[in-house]
Ligand binder design. Sequence first.
Ligand code: HEC
Ligand SMILES: [Cu+2]
Length: 305
Amino acid sequence: MLSPMGANASRAAGLWWLMFWIGVVVWVLVTAATLYALVRRRRDRHDPLTARRWENAPLVWGGIVLPSVVLVLLTGVSIDAMRHRDHPDASQATVVQVIGHQWWWEVRYPERDVVTANEVHVPAGRPVRLELTTADVIHSFWVPALAGKIDLVPGRSNTLSINTDRPGVYEGRCAEFCGLQHAKMRFRVVVEPESSFQDWLAAQGTSAAEPADDLAARGRQVFLSASCVYCHTIRGTAAVGSVGPDLTHLASRDTLAAGIMPNTKGHLGGWIVDPQQVKPGARMPSSDLPPDDLQALLAYLGSLA
Ligand code: HEC
Ligand SMILES: [Cu+2]
């Protein structure tokens, strides 16, 4: 968060530095006062009354007035920074809906009927309005380099905006303890030039690719006759489950299971056979597919670009 790459993140970082430097000044003053108190000589006290009044003055100024002024000032600056976060309205921004699940992120582009998971693609140089809610408990969406944190609260929709002109892949994670696998609830924001973003959207909007060979065709059969269909959707097939991530374009994603491992054939196989090994408590049961079926399934899922 200290190397901000977007407008809202810069504002948060600016506020952080202001607080840091005020903290430094306060710390120096308090340390100096402590040292002074330790080394100063006691003055002769002919007149106990004036002496007491003199001793109370630093207490009143340093202990009450100064902290009050500093805290009121910082509160004011924080509120002002919150008010000035840019909040593009839905008409001028790309709208992305993010829905938190234990322990992964559903990502939707309502204008284009696109549904994906754990990867938020956004165009560089154009405002993006994120609308966030949750399917279960409270989560918190945090991409430190791009924007502040915001909670995903049951029954309401919070908004956060991202506006950056620097393409790149930015790591994000859940920032509100949400259960056993909270630490493995990551995601990435892919900021890309307008044209690649449009290409990506168009590709994600299509139905799943037809199997290109016999092995993949058999894999699709395995998928459709196993329990997978109760929880996963592959658009263009009979699988319309909504408990887990949409797998229509699984192979286009860089990572698996909320950013915890690269999307390679080996990791995918390990995940399908025993998700509980990698992510104990994850809402996906282990499966006992025969090796041949598993190979076919991997060939099919690997073809869903
Ligand atoms: C009871 C529901 C359920 C069943 C049955 C199920 N899954 Fe899942 N699956 C999930 C959930 C929930 C997740 C998200 C887990 C997480 O990241 O914490 C998931 C994640 C995945 C992922 C990772 C997706 C991504 O984008 O990272 C793949 C691949 C997957 N499942 C494939 C399968 C296959 C293949 C089957 C059938 C053999 C299957 N699942 C059966 C619920 C289920
Ligand atoms: Cu969470």
